[in-house]
Write a protein that binds this ligand. Sequence first.
Ligand code: WT7
Length: 650
Amino acid sequence: MADTQAIDSVLNESRVFAPPEDFSRRAHIRSMQDYQRLWDEAEKDPQKYWGDRAREELFWKEPFQTVLEWKPPHARWFIEGRTNLAYNCLDRHLPKLQDKPAILFEGEPGDRRSVTYGELSRQVNQLANGLKSLGVKKGDRVGIYLPMVPEAAVAMLACARVGAVHSVVFGGFSSEALQERMKDMGAKVLLTADGGWRKGAVVPLMKNVEAALPNAPSIEKVVVLTRTGDGKLPEGPKYMAWDTLVRGQPDTCEPEWVESEHPLFILYTSGSTGKPKGVLHTTAGYALNASLTTRWVFDLREDDVYWCTADVGWVTGHTYVVYGPLMNGVTTVLYEGAPTQPGPDRFWDIIERYKATILYTAPTAIRAFMRLGDGPVKQHDLSSLRLLGSVGEPINPEAWMWYRDVIGGGRCPVVDTWWQTETGSIMISPLPGATPTKPGSATFPLPGIHAEILDRDGNRVPKGQGGLLFVTKPWPSMLRTVYGDPERYVSTYFSELPGMYFTGDGARTDADGYIWLMGRVDDVVNVAGHRLGTAEVESALVAHAKVSEAAVVGRPDDLKGTALVAFVTLKQGNAPSDALKKELATHVGKEIGAIARPDEIRFAEGLPKTRSGKIMRRLLRDVAAGKKSTQDTTTLEDLNVLAALGQNDE
Ligand code: WT7
């Protein structure tokens, strides 16, 4: 469960930062009284609260009559309504924002493009018509495997326009991971590129696609964008150049007016068991919370230049790079590459040049920058910034303070935002004009969000005590199911306490009621802000011919938050060696992606197990962290196994 060291340090945290007065004065939500009023309104009459918000926030082709139908654990929102998310992001802004930059793009090699709302809309419509010409219809699944280029946003929006369900696969995932996802969703078309730029090198997307294709039979067409320019279009009737598809397509396209509950996207994410799950989000509820939370949490103003550094391959990229900002008509920055390419000041250079006003990034990046010292930051004028956001893992108070003081010059509020792929949008976060912040606390749930810390029996835990984080009532952007596996939806999220959404996170409140997230309580780990299931990495390891058994656990890491440690036993006839460690790490990279490569591999004679044969993971976590285990080991199958693990480093 939660790491005790982290608990100690946050328990001692007593600093409080009130929102700057001039910030509050202009904010959408200006005081805790404002917040409380919204909260009470939502509490008193959720149907009215969400219904009003949905009418204000979205364009409805057909109005809804029913706000919510809740048959636990299944929710349907805004039932009779029809809308289209691409229309909400583009068309409705066009009369006013035709020439305003929607996307400021910067490629890693330094190429730049500004795409206005007008241009973005034309490109989306052309691709939407192109998709239709390939036979893509409402409800068909379309895979997206692209670098961080404007076409990634174009691809998502074009799918939304024609009612196709998109599933973005992070460009860092391997060909095996891509293939698995394409097969699971039964994708008809895959939108990809020859490659992308990362750390000065080409990410070979096309090569991965070619390897994946033979095992992804549902794919009828692969549409290839030229980005890096190396490699020509592969032979064969399935491949088609992006340019060829869109050339000559009309730049208008009647949106498909879909029902509120029409699926919008599937995003695969790791769970504590088995293969990654296809988290399914639907249209209207997702759109509502995406729009509302982006405006409230980042306190958007018309002239903001907003930069969320996440990749569109993750949910943060969906909600806070593409949909949220575009629904609000602001300018969003898109950067393709690595944070320190070509130098340690790349981020700060981008902020200075684009005069970015809002930065939303991950604690792991903040800690990496912190290590580089203040020097690279001080080379740049960051005075355009007015707000900073953090997401993806708990942020330690030290990193929070550095972010606030060095990046934010002490004047920008910091919002630590807690949410998940499954929640679709931010759930717990300060409102920057209202909430006094404490370094390391995500503070309070947003209005209408019933995030509660309970024990296993469903009782609220007293202030100051730890428990499990649940969301006890439905919210519009909640996931609707696990694609293709409705039972897994129920068993994963609604079985701990029936009818209540279990987040998988531990949390506690302090004496003032502030929420402090304590990390995952299941076998999911957050490595450098990337979510991984230890079971996934284990199954990749045991797929290797020389491996007999594997157990993977997280170990606290200053930079990555959590590092991956794999305990491996080998099949007879194989000897441990450094070369084999490398081979296994490479193998995991190939099976899943570089982000899943263990940081440390330890060979063992055997793994500690209970008499019933369960691997004692908690004990392994202690071993990995170099702690003397306090756990009762009397149920160990073989105490020698434990002793050997403690010393064995080879
Ligand atoms: C898990 C969800 C949606 C954000 C990107 C990650 C952890 C996320 C915070 C935060 C503490 C956080 C949780 C959560 N997490 N944000 N502000 N403080 N922990 O989405 O890949 O679905 O991962 O990330 O453990 O369960 P994800």
